[in-house]
Design a protein around this ligand. Sequence first.
Ligand code: ADP
Length: 425
Amino acid sequence: MLGIGRHKDSGPVSVKTGASLRDEQQASSIILNAIEDGVMLIDDKGVIDLFNPGATKLTGWPSNEARKLDYRSVIKLVNGKGAAYTAEQDPIQQVFKDQSATIRDNKAFLVTRGNKQVPVSLSVSPLLDQNKKLTGIVTIFRDVTQERTEEKQRTEFISTASHEMRTPVAAIEGYLALALNDRVSTVDNRARDYLEKAHESTQHLGKLFQDLLTSAKAEDGRLISHPILVDMGSYLEKLVNDLKFAADKKGLVVEFDLGSNKVIDATASNKAGQKVVMPLYYVLVDPDRIREVITNLFDNAVKYTDQGKITIGLSGDDQVVQMYIKDTGVGVPPEDIPHLFQKFYRVDNSATRTIGGTGLGLYIGRKIVELYQGRIWVESELGKGSTFYINLPRLSTERAEAERQREAAQSAMSPINSLTTPVLQ
Ligand code: ADP
């Protein structure tokens, strides 16, 4: 085909090209007709040009009826709760807007012509001409009912199994603690050593089951969350004061960097009752959930740092409240950074191998932060230390005030509720 220009007048070449073009078109049409996946081509106005039999099977729209229609009358997407996708969520709209990259969505449900909701995975790619102008969009969609059912069964199994196993593990842990308690039991030194090891392993197992249960819940949207108005400054200060014991024990210094360009030693600030004037960083989160995330980040900072300090920072702008936890520890190798927030991911090197953990903490942390439309990420240098950042949407003073009044009115209406803390598992 590259020779067409050079052999413009040569009959046989152009005939051959025409034939091969026809062959190609035929081959494409055979493939499009045979594959099970739905393939839809729309033009730059969103009008359907091509709708293969796979797309018909999935949507219930015959190709001849779907073609020439605006794609939005045919491809209706909703989320897991049945709410229609907004323009920002619609991957086709996103490609119209962004025009540069393929966008994938694995969470959508497609509403068929007969009003049935089918779980689908979508891949939406822009078609660009030589001048990088959008000429159309190809959407490939696949029925993922079976994958989602299997995934649900897996999550349910993990959830039930870890729930059931937590109880006997807690009992073993309790009895081992009794055996190690001088006032209740008498054991010789060798036995004490064995029992301590068994107690430690049981605690690890209990944590693993708890993390498995939380991650299973996070996956199928059952994570309990009661968001309330939280002033992140005072919240963080109090939380870290509760946590810093572990750092003290290891001889690590703990500092606050409270967005006022002023770094204060946490101990000094407590002892001297020193006050720092700083802006109020309001967010709408469940404080118990955010505590899980920060506790894990802080515990990790202690775990993966042999000497130096841990700094807890808070700052922000109109839109965002940013927290960070910085350490002077072992750091994370660059190749591990993209995987760090995946389930069960642990860095495997000589600096971390001997340190116990489940590899679920950061995964759960990401799920929780995403629950509040936030973002969590890490910057790290091997051997120098790591900084974990959390961004959460900031509430304006007006919205915070409105929220405070709403919460006050609610607790006045149900005084019992205001006395009970929500049960979190
Ligand atoms: P866990 O610490 O229980 O293994 P996490 O999900 O909390 O699980 O962390 C995943 C992995 O990320 C850890 O195993 C460790 O390799 C790495 N990591 C986390 N925090 C730090 C840190 N502050 N410094 C160095 N590595 C870290």
